[in-house]
Design a protein around this ligand. Structure first.
Ligand code: PLP
Length: 444
């Protein structure tokens, strides 16, 4: 046995205002990670924590993969930064080309951002620019969905459907937005294995919005193929197909936010392929670099790129971009991540593991407080009966219990979500479920 890693001296926690965190409670009882390798984190007290969430849905190839580590180190030494406006470096072009090879159909032009939130806001802006270029400037409305998470930019929270994420900022949200109903209904689809059979008709709510607003005012519909952060809401069979057909019928762009589902999570490069529905744009991030360097991207159908770029007067065609769009270190990490995904056959591995994962997840049925189990690809959620008068308390206690007993899961309210690295072994799947099962039995 190798010696446990040294326990570091911890800094004061006061100055850092942490994101999406109960800062006061965390600083009283912190959970700190100090290193990671493969399927495990090491906590500050030296404990090994099995990663049941691929970090934050991003470390699909497992932690600290050598080719990615080396690519980042080499890129930093070779070209630490290059401006991306009116000048370029080969890495961003190479990565865009490599992404085009694994993207569906003619979704083959790529705009780089630094995060999923920026990818979403970029996609919304591209949709507006596209209809301007087509001479249809009236098409300026967006349709999102309840319980959707599209990041935290003003665009993303406006089209998103999480009230907590909006309430302090409600005075300045995007004005022209409607929301489809979400597809989660415990009465109809609790304990579904994979895609629920009920709910395709919920897509028809788009018809109602179209009738009310006029199709010629709607630019785009945006959905997560599987809503992730809001608790793994799996699309009913036929639902995405119906949305696609309605968008086609009315000339509306369909955007898939694949920040979570991209890069193998559902056993194919993107959910678009796993679920056989091709959108007009795909937003992605996270797994694009295996989480190692911040990066996001928007991939668009060739016709969208050509409509905006080809007829534009000489000069800049789209007034949009970030200082770090296509950053050389991120593109190097992205290329190395794609190499690892391919060399290890990880997208196929996720597809092969999915039935084993499904069986293991549904093995938790009947344990205390469990009111739903759902899964698709290597994603899953356990929904708990909320404790009377304290919604979210049970979910959070289970998350803390698992962390203390060596497994990382993710919690949103009373839903515990799992999305392990695609390298997880069958034994590790069993270990994860056993930790959850023990935790569920201990919960009040
Ligand atoms: N879109 C989806 C579907 C996401 O799940 C997330 C993050 O989890 C985002 C957008 C935002 O990405 P980021 O946190 O990189 O801004």
């Amino acid at each position: 046995m190798s010696a446990p890693p040294p326990i570091p001296t911890l800094p004061s926690l006061e100055a850092h205002w942490m994101p999406f965190t109960a800062n006061r409670a965390f600083k009283r009882a912190p959970r700190l990670l100090v290193s990671a390798k493969g399927m495990h984190y090491t906590a500050a007290d030296g404990r090994q924590i099995l990663d049941g969430t691929a970090g934050l849905w991003c470390v699909n190839a497992g932690h600290a993969r050598e080719p990615i580590v080396h690519a980042i180190a080499n890129a930093t030494a070779r070209l630490d930064y290059a401006p991306g406006f009116q000048i370029g470096h080969p890495g961003s072009f190479e990565l865009a080309g490599r992404l085009a090879e694994i993207l569906p159909a003619d979704v083959d032009h790529v705009f780089f951002t630094n995060s999923g939130s920026e990818a979403v806001d970029t996609a919304l802006k591209i949709a507006l620019a596209y209809f301007q270029a087509r001479g249809e400037p009236k098409r300026a409305r967006f349709v999102g969905r309840q319980r959707a998470y599209h990041g935290v930019g003003f665009g993303g929270i406006s089209i998103g459907g999480l009230e907590n994420n909006k309430k302090a900022f409600a005075a300045q949200l995007l004005p022209l937005v409607d929301h489809l109903p979400h597809t989660h209904d415990l009465g109809q689809n609790a304990f579904s294995h994979g895609q629920p059979m009920w709910g395709a008709e919920l897509a028809d709510a788009l018809e109602t919005i179209i009738a009310q607003r006029g199709a010629d005012t709607i630019a785009a519909v945006i959905v997560e193929p599987v809503a992730g952060s809001t608790g793994v809401l799996v699309p009913p069979k036929g639902y995405l197909e119906r949305l696609r057909a309605l968008c086609d019928k009315h000339g509306i762009l369909l955007i898939f936010d694949e920040v979570i589902t991209g890069f193998g999570r559902l056993g194919a490069p993107f959910a678009a392929q796993a679920l056989s529905v091709v959108p007009d744009m795909i937003t992605c991030a996270k797994g694009i670099t295996n989480g190692a360097v911040p990066m996001g991207a928007v991939a668009v159908r060739r016709g969208i790129y050509e409509t905006v770029v080809d007829p534009a007067p000489a000069g800049i065609e789209l007034f949009h971009g970030y200082t770090y769009s296509g950053h050389p270190i991120a593109t190097a990490a992205g290329l190395a991540a794609l190499d690892v995904y391919r060399a290890d056959g990880l997208f196929d591995r996720a597809r092969e593991l999915a039935p084993i994962w499904e069986r293991a997840v549904h093995g938790l049925r009947g344990l205390p407080h469990v009111i739903d189990l759902r899964n698709l690809g290597l994603m899953a959620a356990i929904e708990l009966e909320p404790r009377a008068g304290a919604p979210g308390a049970r979910g959070f206690e289970l998350f803390v219990d698992c962390f203390q007993r060596g497994a990382l899961v993710r919690v949103t309210g009373d839903v515990v979500a799992m999305s392990p690295p695609l390298i997880i072994s069958q034994e590790q799947i069993e270990q994860l479920m056993e930790t959850l099962a023990q935790g569920l039995k201990r919960l009040a």
